[in-house]
Design a protein around this ligand. Structure first.
Ligand SMILES: [Fe+2]
Ligand SMILES: [Fe+2]
Length: 420
């Protein structure tokens, strides 16, 4: 293992910058509210994960415009007011970058093998995926082997925490799919840990999540990246990505069949109204984790993936629409329990994912502090919807000396919302 670890690390030449700790002190604000002179709270990386802007840099209008052009909607800012707010990232930048690169390379290796292959309809695409050329390009690629080896470092980091305290990553136009794959895996592993799943199962979940959308490489890029609403025909084409992902992953013996069923079933629903097969769920936790007992029924790993996928996709900013605020996404998942998502799994999810993440800006909706604004300062891990907040401005937007409210005690009856 030590030798393998060294080999893995040698392939990535990380500078000290990336080796920074998981703890940061900052808040995340809209790029439109950023003004020159504000200090960047988190390093921003380019397409190849080269450093674009270093954490700690004072932002200029040129930098702010660069970030806007790259499609960033929100960034992390470091300031005196939030100096005591500790934000734990679920994974370090180092592991995030390793993971994103592994996913990126695994996608690219197969993507380059499919050029020049003509596939006009679904059947011919499935045939094409099952040709030795495509299968070999994927199964025997160093990128995929590397991804499987690296998964242990990813899991090790997440296993150090019990809940998600931080926000999801800042995604740009270029890296959306890969960052989304990492973020869904982070949420799923935290849920898996809460469910006391063993290591082998966590590895299966992480690999399945890293590659849950890989079937999209067989769909026209113009449809995948279309900024506006999809036509019925385009949406129909997208609906095949779980099937394509399954076809690509189904016979890799080293990782097991169950991994392939994560991409295959991640858009299915409890009530049978999902796609591609309209499978159903039982709304109960399956303590074995995976049970192919009934061909019509969903497996729990895919039910976890369905939850994480919707949570991250709805929370993430896209160039054509901002992400939904975390408190709204939290409610959306809660309301989907029983119909869209496995009910017992949602209960587990709500105990590890915060309604108001640390570092998020909030507004008070009622009472003496109505319309005062502030930031979530820490979580109460036993009541994830009731954090501590620090009010920083009054209802006229004037700065005030910070007022702390603990929503699990004195905050009873006070309502708040995330400012997004
Ligand atoms: Fe998907
Ligand atoms: Fe997805």
């Amino acid at each position: 293992m030590a030798g393998q670890s060294q080999k893995y690390h040698e392939q990535y030449d990380f500078n000290e910058e990336i080796n920074e700790p998981i703890i940061d002190r900052m808040r995340r604000i809209k790029i439109n509210s950023v003004v020159p002179g504000m200090v960047l709270g988190k390093t921003i990386y380019g397409y190849n994960y080269e450093v674009l802007l270093n954490k700690g840099v004072a932002l200029t209008s040129a930098y702010i415009n660069l970030l806007k052009n790259r499609g960033y909607v929100r960034i992390y800012i470091d300031d005196d007011e939030t100096a005591d707010i500790v934000l734990h990232d679920p994974i370090s930048d180092k592991i995030r970058i390793m993971s994103v690169r592994d996913i990126f390379k695994t996608y690219k290796v197969t993507q380059s093998a499919i050029t020049n292959i003509k596939a006009e309809n679904t059947e011919s695409i499935i045939k094409c995926i099952n040709t030795p050329k495509i299968k070999k390009s994927f199964h025997e690629s160093q990128a995929f082997e590397h991804l499987c080896n690296g998964i242990h470092y990813f899991i090790d980091e997440i296993m150090k925490q019990d809940v998600m305290s931080g926000l999801n990553s800042s995604k740009s136009v270029d890296n959306y799919t890969y960052e989304h794959s990492v973020d869904t895996a982070v949420i799923s592993i935290i849920i898996g840990k809460k469910l006391l799943l063993n290591r082998e199962k966590l590895v299966q979940i992480a690999i399945g999540e890293f590659l849950h959308d890989i079937g999209k490489i067989f769909i026209d890029e113009k449809i995948i990246n279309k900024p506006g609403k999809l036509t019925a025909e385009e949406f129909n084409a997208i609906k095949y990505h779980p099937t394509y992902g399954y076809e690509l992953l189904k016979d890799i013996h080293s990782i097991g069949t169950v991994v392939a069923h994560i991409p295959y079933q991640h858009h299915e629903r409890q009530d049978g109204r999902g796609y591609p097969r309209g499978l159903r769920g039982t709304n109960k936790l399956d303590d074995k984790g995976v049970a192919f007992t009934d061909r019509e029924k969903l497996i729990m790993f895919a039910e976890i993936a369905a939850l994480s996928d919707v949570y991250d996709a709805c929370s993430s900013d896209r160039p054509y629409r901002p992400g939904l605020p975390p408190d709204m996404v939290y409610e959306l998942i809660k309301n989907g329990a029983g119909t869209q998502f496995n009910k017992e799994l949602v209960d587990c999810f709500l105990s590890v994912v915060p309604k108001y993440p640390v570092g998020c800006e909030i507004r008070i909706k009622n009472g003496n502090y109505m319309n005062f604004t502030g930031v979530v300062s820490s979580l109460n891990t036993r009541q994830m919807a009731k954090p501590k907040v620090k009010l920083l401005a009054d209802n006229m937007k004037n700065k005030i000396s910070p007022v702390e409210i603990d929503f699990s005690s004195e905050g009873i009856g006070i309502e708040m919302e995330c400012i997004w």
